[in-house]
Design a protein around this ligand. Structure first.
Ligand SMILES: NC(=O)c1ccc[n+]([C@@H]2O[C@H](COP(=O)([O-])OP(=O)(O)OC[C@H]3O[C@@H](n4cnc5c(N)ncnc54)[C@H](OP(=O)(O)O)[C@@H]3O)[C@@H](O)[C@H]2O)c1
Length: 376
């Protein structure tokens, strides 16, 4: 619960730079994909007076499901001041930084802007960010690829941290099931579990994606169109779930033995919801998984299971984290993790990107290229 209330979730927003403009994708109200407006002369952000933030010219912005969900839902107006530049993930080049800090002009960096509270986002030409949540980008991939990594990398590392602790850092050979293996989270989770932690990975996807997922390190791929997980997944050590709304009841039902019942096991629920959810009610804070009752229930289940059950329950809401970005930089530079990008598009194509993502079948990530004349 305390991690959910982390300060890096609530940014110190930059202020408007009256002198400079940039291209940006802006929403002035919630709604369908056509609320995304391309503006070539939107005011840039600049750091607050204390000059503690790094200013970055953005090269590319990763597209995440949370961008789509925040765009669509009415109550996001409370947590998202409008008009708002949408987006969180970015890669870019430092153009100004605090004099005494670790970042210098010209550094190639990547990061995840906090999701709440700021009118600025990453689908644009420039951002300002606290150095405490920024990291140097990997050097072995393009900056367009780097933009696909921050949010999903932080999610995967944060989700698996308690599992790694439980096994005293040695997860080798443990059996992990990862749902939605070909999605943005899945392709990183598979590589992190298989290549970094040396776990034995089983995943679900459409058959057309199997070759890709085997190449990323999966040992077994199961087509979710023709199989039921409760019939084919038995006696696992860890269940990494991006579809808790479908799977949680099955996993926690001991009759199915999806998780082993002779030792401590882990159910990791990444807070999530289907794209086509049309829920609208007073508890519906911004996106269905962020409903206050669901967040509270999630943390209560975590508390209950961690004391009374052999199935340890982990409820995950990603938060920007510099150490986790730096860890991913190392894994990429060491060749353990690679990026999977279905398509890179121009910033002006943001509506098309959201339309494709909402369909729910992107393989890996979509990335918006903002400044392709900068070295990428
Ligand atoms: N709480 C957090 O901190 C957090 C962080 C990150 C993401 N999330 C949430 O996690 C969810 C997944 O994120 P994502 O970025 O991975 O989404 P995504 O990239 O849109 O996932 C698309 C993938 O899902 C697969 N898929 C669709 N239906 C499936 C099913 N029934 N069984 C198995 N796979 C299925 C598709 O596979 P095929 O194309 O092969 O059919 C596609 O590759 C989203 O709801 C997102 O909001 C939460």
């Amino acid at each position: 619960m305390l991690r959910f209330l982390s300060p890096s979730r609530f940014p110190r927003p930059p202020i408007i730079d009256e002198c400079n403009t940039m291209s940006a994708i802006v929403i002035k109200s919630h709604g369908a994909v056509d609320v995304l407006e391309y503006d070539e002369k939107w005011p840039c952000p600049k750091p607050r007076n204390d000059n503690s933030q790094v200013i970055i010219d953005i090269i590319a912005a990763g597209v995440n499901p949370v961008d789509v969900k925040m765009r669509k839902n009415i109550i996001s107006n409370i947590v998202y001041p409008k008009p708002k530049i949408i987006g969180s993930d970015f890669s870019g080049i430092v153009i100004n930084a605090p004099k005494t800090g670790e970042f210098k002009v010209g550094d190639k960096v990547y990061g995840m802007l906090p999701l709440l509270g700021s009118p600025f986002g990453s689908y644009c030409g420039r951002c300002c960010i606290d150095p405490e949540i920024l990291a140097k980008a990997p050097t072995t991939i393009t900056m367009i690829e780097a933009a696909s990594l921050p949010l999903v990398s932080c999610t995967v590392i944060q989700a698996l941290k308690p599992v790694i602790e439980q096994y005293n850092g040695n997860c080798k050979g443990k059996k992990v099931f990862i749902s939605c293996g070909s999605g943005g989270v899945g392709v990183i989770a598979i590589q992190y579990c298989a290549k970094v932690l040396q776990m034995n990975v089983t995943t679900t996807a459409s058959t057309r994606n199997f070759d890709l997922l085997y190449s990323l390190g999966a040992s077994t791929c199961i087509d979710y169109h023709t199989n039921k997980i409760e019939e084919v997944i038995k006696d696992f050590d860890v269940f990494f779930d991006t579809m808790g709304y479908n799977n949680e009841k099955l996993v926690l039902n001991k009759n199915y033995s999806i998780l082993r019942n002779d030792i401590v096991t882990h159910y990791i629920r990444i807070a999530s919801s289907p794209y086509n959810s049309n829920e609208k009610d007073f508890l519906h804070l911004a996106i269905p998984e962020a409903r206050v009752d669901r967040v509270a229930t999630g943390f209560m289940k975590q508390f209950y299971h961690n004391i009374f059950s052999k199935i340890k329950y982990h409820f995950v809401f990603v938060v920007p984290n510099k150490l986790h970005l730096e860890e991913m930089t190392n894994h990429v530079n060491n060749g353990l993790v690679k990026c999977v990008i279905q398509e890179k598009m121009k910033l002006v194509d943001a509506r098309r990107a959201h339309t494709i993502l909402e369909d729910g079948h992107v393989t890996g990530k979509l990335v918006l290229v903002v400044n392709d004349h900068i070295d990428s």
